[in-house]
Write a protein of this length. Structure first.
Length: 140
């Protein structure tokens, strides 16, 4: 695609190239100044930039016009002390398997999705505004 509004950014393999909106790349560089190793992919309604820093994988979504849409972070070390305390109090004997944090650009609240395991089940828990809800449970 030869558009003045698109630039080429290298994706995971050195030969693979994807057309990415200049506006999305400029916004990313402004929001994440110190991030160097970025992998861009085209998604249904725009672009996603992936990068890893401090054992946290981050996916940043932009619209085709370069507007920030969402930030999704994956890693066990994402939880604040308050969120960890909530989980520990509600699910005492559970081990934290995975943590995801989702933030939609136009909303101030982050949503945590946490996978827990105990001796009899695995649970997927959602935390929004200090409220915990089990959204999926599977018995072993």
């Amino acid at each position: 695609m030869n558009s003045p509004f698109l630039i080429k950014e290298t994706v995971s393999a050195p030969v693979a190239v994807v057309d990415v909106s200049v506006l999305a790349v400029e916004r990313f560089r402004r929001d994440f100044k110190d991030i160097k190793n970025v992998e861009w992919v085209e998604i249904t309604n725009g672009y996603r930039a992936y990068f890893q820093e401090n054992n946290i994988l981050t996916a940043v979504d932009y619209t085709k016009k370069g507007k920030l849409y969402s930030i999704i972070r994956y890693g066990k070390n994402l939880m604040t002390k308050d969120v960890k305390m909530m989980i520990d109090n509600a699910f005492e004997a559970s081990e934290i398997i995975e943590v995801s944090e989702v933030k939609i650009a136009d909303y101030a609240t982050s949503v945590y999705i946490i996978v827990l395991e105990d001796r009899i089940s695995m649970k997927t828990v959602q935390i929004i505004d200090d409220e915990i809800e089990v959204i999926h449970e599977m018995r072993k």
